[in-house]
Write a protein that binds this ligand. Structure first.
Ligand code: ATP
Length: 240
């Protein structure tokens, strides 16, 4: 039986989140919700705090105050290494491919933190460009292939809630399209995705809902159905 996501308790609930780098106060009382199976995009200009919001969920590099609950777990009370065990996977903007390892090794290296990790064959199905490249070292992959590998590696861990930070940044249009198709495929497979994406067309194509951040605050929230009527003002706000 399928139920509307909006009738269920959110998978991720963030309330009144403040985040700091040292003395620098970057998030100012952020509230967001993500329901199981949704793809939600964080939009905003450079420096708005999108990456900081993802890092806050992972407990990485940033001091947090407020509430972040995943299912019924209070993430602020957990050490960073416990977060992946909840089935949360983070693909940072810098991708973090092990350049001295080949594609297969990069895929085989991550531990399985949670049941339901994709097999290597399933990852090759999702990213056909990686198929047959198993012996290619990380350094010899294109930017797009590295991005695919970084996402694939996280999917191996059993993560079902995936945080993607600007997965299409700097990639050629044809590769951007492949990444967008893969995100759509993850949604069809029941994954939940929280996406930071500067490419508005990609965000628009894959997302159910959007939050707009400005200077560390959520200033707007909309659903995909509202996108066409709001697009002009949104693009102006985002400077795209
Ligand atoms: P971008 O697209 O530029 O990455 P963003 O919306 O993801 O933008 P963040 O990277 O979250 O923005 O940055 C929010 C603010 O925090 C910016 O003012 C940024 O300069 C600052 N910031 C980010 N990382 C650090 C850090 N490690 N130490 C201190 N300040 C930081």
């Amino acid at each position: 039986m399928t139920t509307s996501p909006s009738t269920n308790a959110p998978l991720l609930q963030i309330r009144g989140l403040h985040a700091y780098y040292g003395q620098s106060h970057v998030l100012h009382g952020v509230n967001i919700q993500v329901h199981a199976g949704e793809t939600v995009s964080l939009l905003g200009r450079n420096g708005a705090g999108k990456t900081t919001l993802l890092r806050s969920i992972m407990g990485a590099h940033v001091r947090r105050e407020g509430e972040i609950r995943f299912r019924d777990v209070d993430l602020l009370s957990l050490p960073m290494h416990r977060i992946p065990r909840l089935g949360i996977g983070y693909v940072p903007e810098e991708r973090g491919i092990f350049s001295s390892l080949n594609v297969s090794e990069n895929l085989m290296l991550p531990p399985s933190f949670h049941e339901g990790g994709l097999s290597v064959e399933e990852i090759y199905h999702l990213f056909p460009n990686l198929k047959g490249r198993g012996n290619t070292s990380g350094t010899r992959l294109s930017g797009g292939e590295q991005q695919m590998l970084a996402i694939g590696r996280v999917l191996r861990t059993g993560a079902r809630f995936i945080l993607l930070d600007e997965p299409t940044e700097g990639l050629a249009p044809v590769v951007v399209e492949e990444i967008a198709l893969a995100i759509g495929e993850l949604k069809r497979k029941g994954f939940t995705v929280l996406l930071v994406e500067q490419n508005f067309d990609v965000a628009a194509a894959v997302s159910d809902r959007f939050y707009v951040l400005e200077k560390g605050r959520v200033v707007d929230e909309l659903r995909s159905e509202e996108l066409s009527s709001r697009r002009a003002s949104l693009e102006q706000a985002l400077g795209v």
